[in-house]
Design a protein around this ligand. Structure first.
Ligand code: DOR
Length: 423
């Protein structure tokens, strides 16, 4: 049975054109005008794009299923236009050996998007001994990170880069000098002083960015910087890339839409790590996304159960939901052409994740049909109770956004139609 996506404008890395897209048996079989199929999906007024790819998703399985599961998180992803997410390894137990990798991959087979497993760099993410990266790479793991913490020991990180470089995988870093950041619950600055909440300075992030740029130079290995949040970090990565180093970096929607002033509410929904920074940092992150210093928008979707998140600010865990609002925030808040936004949300992260043979387009005959159809003019108001995630900790409750996913197709199968998940 063939399916046709009709009446939209196809947007991919090769450009934009009015075209219908026909899908059969999981693949694109025709792209052109006035095409027909057995089933028709309306794309009038919409962009037909390669599915989005999130480099940074916490799916919480195994171990924290009260906050999210692979199933609920992948449903949120599909509704947000994502056809692939990279699942972070700070689960319980951590994804640090082949058994846990296989378990998450197995859960991912029934998911509403492809679930790519990221594994820990060190055993238990404890920063002391290297995890068995080769046996996990052999199972298809392409990205390693201790996310939630950074690898503190420079010598160990050097070894990880040498080892990972030989395996052809990418090491991703949560940049945070633990000693300098410790006991800080928000950005250190004017607002932390006014509110009397202990802060962590921008330099806690920047020191590790600086160190890992040096280690990328020393080892020749690829480094990917996760959720960069400060003007200094963006400037260092821009300079490192200009110098030809193999570094890439992502930024989250919350770091280009919210500032540390939000913490004045004392609402822990605004607690996140790295913390919300200043208005000047937001401007720098946006500039980095616009000029190529930063390569990807990644959600850092971090669900937390209400009984944990709704505690006093200094006791609540850091993290915010992101999958269902990322695209609309980018469309609403970034003054970039749609091709540039989709580069940041789809084909560039697909390349960093090493899945660009299947995700991120281009939309042409023979490619796997991992697609999303975006209505750029649709407006909606974020309602935490209507999100598909099992958790509710979105900082955007009540915010009016422009741009919504109409349909999502995973390997040719519609998983979202007219903004509703099919399973
Ligand atoms: O805010 C955050 N939450 N930052 C992280 O690095 C980890 C994440 C989580 O797992 O909740």
């Amino acid at each position: 049975m063939t399916l046709v996506i009709r009446g939209g404008e196809v947007v991919d890395a090769t450009g934009r054109r009015r075209a219908d897209v026909v899908v059969d048996d999981g693949r694109v079989v025709a792209v052109g005008t006035d095409l027909r199929g057995d089933v028709e999906l309306d794309a009038g007024g919409c962009m037909v794009a390669p599915g989005l790819v999130d480099l940074h998703t916490h799916l919480r399985q195994p171990g924290r299923e009260e906050a999210e599961t692979v199933e609920t998180g992948s449903r949120a992803a599909a509704l947000g236009g994502f056809t692939a997410v990279v699942a972070m390894p700070n689960t319980e137990p951590a994804i640090d050996d082949a058994t846990v990798v296989r378990e998450v991959q197995h859960l991912g087979r029934l998911a509403l998007c492809d679930v790519e497993v990221a594994a820990a760099i060190t055993i238990g993410r404890a920063g002391e001994r290297l995890a068995p990266m080769a046996e996990m790479a052999a199972l298809g793991v392409r990205l390693f990170t201790d996310d939630g913490t950074g690898v503190q020991d420079a010598r160990l990180m050097r070894r990880a880069l040498e080892y990972g470089g030989g395996l052809g995988v990418t090491l991703a870093q949560h940049c945070e000098d633990a000693a300098l950041a410790s006991a800080g619950h928000m950005n250190e600055g004017e607002w932390s002083s006014r509110l009397g909440i202990a802060g962590q300075p921008a330099e806690a992030e920047e020191l590790m960015v600086m160190r890992d740029i040096a280690l990328a130079r020393l080892t020749g290995a690829r480094v990917h910087f996760q959720h960069l949040s400060t003007a200094g970090s963006v400037a260092m990565v821009r300079a490192a890339r200009a110098a030809g180093l193999a570094v890439t970096a992502e930024a989250t929607p919350h770091h280009f839409t919210l500032t540390d002033e939000c913490c004045a509410s004392f609402d822990p929904v605004f607690k996140v790590n790295p913390p919300l920074r200043t208005g000047a940092d937001v401007i720098a992150v946006k500039a980095g996304l616009a000029d190529g210093a930063l390569n990807a928008i990644a959600t850092d979707h971090a669900p937390h159960a209400p009984h944990l998140k709704e505690q006093p600010f200094d006791q609540a865990p850091p993290g915010m939901l992101g999958l269902e609002t990322a695209l609309a925030l980018a469309l609403t808040e970034l003054d970039l052409p749609i091709e540039a936004l989709l580069a940041l949300l789809s084909w560039q992260p697909a390349a960093i994740a090493g899945i660009d043979d299947r995700h991120g387009g281009p939309i042409e005959v023979g490619r796997e049909a991992n697609l999303c159809v975006i209505d750029p003019a649709a407006t909606w108001v974020v309602d935490p109770d209507r999100l598909a995630s099992r958790a509710r900790n979105t900082p955007y409750a009540g915010r009016k956004l422009t741009g919504r996913v109409r349909h999502t197709l995973l390997r040719g199968e519609p998983v979202v139609i007219d903004g509703e998940a099919l399973r």
